[in-house]
Design a protein around this ligand. Structure first.
Ligand code: HEM
Length: 218
């Protein structure tokens, strides 16, 4: 793919195979195929909380950064939604005993490192999660609602509901425009693409640990 290719296309192609791997991972297929109990969804949602806390903790500083700033949009924030979902799914004591799996801790630490020291690398993580949540996340929401009888777009699946994003297709177009306008030289582009691949690999690593914890019934 030539350097003239828009960056949004480059990052999508660079992570295309990994996206398919994540989508078809055993944990995702088993959970969304109905082979696992609702506790797998609880566990997964709890792990997301650590990841989004890392993504969103430094938004005040990142919002003022010339590279990452345009990506920091309050309507994307998910931490409060995850907390509401967890309170509904587990109860008000949801935080007690909630620990990150090793893959989650490593992933959150890497996000935090980028948020602190490397705003362009942070964008790779931002892209991997938020653009995915606006896309495939909608498939996950519908399946979770049906499988576990959760209220439509209500508590339990609010993480997947972006009330502040009126038109997701238009939002994603605008987002890709921001990626395309990033003022990155060739070497930095390459590094951000690598970080995108790392972000996907860290999601897959988490799915592998969740699959070990939730083997499907034979
Ligand atoms: C069962 C799981 C998943 C399903 C069904 C799914 C499905 C989809 C679909 C349908 C799209 C829309 C593509 C488009 O807009 O044309 C998409 C895009 C995307 N997904 Fe997923 N996905 C899943 C898991 C994941 C995971 C685990 C990640 C990463 C953490 C992810 C990250 C993304 C990203 C970043 C995009 C945007 C690609 C782009 O247009 O640049 N997805 N996904």
């Amino acid at each position: 793919m030539s350097e003239a290719t828009p960056f949004s296309k480059q990052i999508r192609s660079a992570t295309e195979q990994q996206h398919a791997d994540a989508e078809n991972s055993r944990f995702m297929s088993d959970m969304l195929g109905g082979a696992l109990g609702v506790d797998s969804y609880h566990r997964y949602t709890g792990q997301l909380w650590f990841i989004y806390r890392a993504l969103e903790d430094r938004w005040d500083t990142l919002a003022a950064n010339p590279i990452a700033g345009p990506f920091i949009r309050p309507e994307l924030a998910r931490t409060a939604e995850l907390e509401r979902d967890l309170a509904h799914l587990i109860g008000p004591q949801w935080r007690d005993g909630l620990e990150p799996l090793p893959a989650t801790a490593a992933y959150a630490a890497r996000i935090d490192e980028c948020a602190r020291d490397w705003p362009a690398g942070y964008i790779a993580h931002h892209y991997t999660r938020y653009l995915g949540d606006l896309s495939g996340g909608q498939v996950i929401r519908g399946t979770a609602e049906k499988l576990w009888n959760l209220p439509h777009r209500g508590d339990g699946v609010r993480f997947y509901v972006f009330d502040g994003v009126g038109n997701p297709a238009a939002f994603k177009r605008e987002y890709r425009g921001l990626l395309d306008q990033l003022p990155l030289d060739d070497l930095e582009r390459r590094r951000v693409l690598d970080e995108g691949q790392r972000a996907f690999a860290m999601n897959t690593a988490l799915f592998e640990e969740l699959a070990e914890e939730f083997p499907a019934a034979q």
